[in-house]
Design a protein around this ligand. Sequence first.
Ligand code: NAD
Ligand code: TDX
Length: 351
Amino acid sequence: MKDFESSKILVFGGAGFIGSNFIRHILSEEHPEKLVNFDKLTYSGNPDNLREITSDPAYEFMRDDIADYRAVEATIKKYKPQYIINFAAETHVDRSIHVGARDFIRTNTEGVFNVLEAIKNIGGVKKFVQVSTDEVYGSLDLNSKRKFKEGDELKPNSPYAASKASGDLWCRAYYSTWNTPVVVTRCANNFGAYQYPEKLIPFFILRMLTGQKLPLYGTGENIRDWIHVLDHCQALKLCLLSGRPGDIYNIGAGNEKTNIEMAKMILAHFNKDESHIEFVTDRPGHDLRYGINTDKIRTELGWEPGYNFNIGFSQTIRWYIDNRSWVEKIYNKTDDINAHIKNLNKDKYKN
Ligand code: NAD
Ligand code: TDX
C-alpha cells in the first residue's frame, strides 16, 4: 500500500501476541520508512516474538510505559509518526478478576488517554487506531442469533472489559471534541502463533504437551467467535489506512465455537479422549457468548478473512509443537496460572 512506504508508524504494545504479528506483517509487506515499537515488556511482552526482525534498519524498539504521559509525548515528538496503532494492554480477563484491576485501568484506560492527549497537543498524525475488543459489548444469549453491531450499547462485564470500554469512550470524546483522527476496532477472540499461554488455545496446548488435563470453566458451553490473528492484522492495516476517523469497526471471521468444541479439537489433535477434560469452578461474571457482525468493515473497507478455521487452527497447534523452545522459555512464567487453575479445582487436587 503506497501510503505506508514513506511513512513512519508508531506501534504501542508491539511485543505481545497481536502486535508482534502486526509488526512482522507490516515490515514484510509495506516497507515503511520507520516502525517504532514502544512496549513496556510486561509478562506478556516478549522480545523473542520479534527476534528475526530486530536487524531490519526500519525497525526500532523502545522499552517504555504508555501510562507515562511524558514518555508518550516525547516519543511522538521525536519520531513524528503519521500513523499510530495501540495494542498495549493488560489483556487477561482472569487476572483482572483474581489479581486486580489497577494495572488494567492504568494501561487500558489512562494509556489510551495519554496517546489521544499527545496527538492533540503535538499534531501531524494522520490516523490513530485503538485496538479494542468485542468484550466491551458484554454478553449475548447462548441460543440467540443476535450478533454485536458497532452501534450497540457498551455493557462490559469484566474489569478487563470495563477498562477497554473506557478507552473506547475516550476515543469518542477526543474525536467529538478535538477531531482527533481516531478509529476504534473491536475484534473477536484471536488465535495463532506467539500467543501467551494463559489464553485458552495455547494454554490447552501447553497442558497437553505437559501431560495435564484441560480445565473447562463452568459447563464449557460458553461460546467464543474465533479469528486467525493474521486476518485481524490485515483488517487493522486497512483501518489504519482507510478507516473513517471517529468510526468503529467490528472485526471477526464468524467462527463461533463452544469451549468444549475447542477442547475436543485439541484433544483429537493429541489423540486423547474426553477423560482429559476437567470441569472446574466457573469464572465470575463469565460472558456466555460473543458473536460479531462484520458487515461494515466488509462493505466499507473491502476486508474479508482469508483463513479457513480448521486449517488455521491445525497450523496453530503445529506451531506450538514445533516452537517448543519458545513455549519452554516462558513456561516457568506460567506457574501463577497453573496455581490459579489448581485453586479453582482444589476439591479434586488433594495433595
Ligand atoms: P498481549 O498481552 O499478548 O500483549 C500486550 C502487549 O502490551 C505486551 O507486549 C505488553 O508488554 C504491552 N504492554 C502492557 N502494558 C503496557 C504499558 N503500560 N506500556 C507499554 N506496553 C505495555 O495482548 P494481545 O492479545 O496481543 O492483545 C493486543 C490488543 O488487542 C489488546 O489491546 C487487546 O485488548 C486487544 N484484543 C485482543 C484479543 C485477543 O484475542 N487476544 C481480541 C480482541 C482485542
Ligand atoms: O483454562 C481455561 N478454561 C476455560 O474454560 C481458560 C484459560 C479459558 N477458558 C474459557 C474462558 C472463555 O470462555 O475459554 C474462553 C476463552 O478464554 P480466554 O482465552 O481467557 O479469552 P477471553 O476471556 O474470551 O478473552 C480474550 O478474548 C478477547 C482475550 O483474553 C481478550 O484480551 C480479548 O479482548
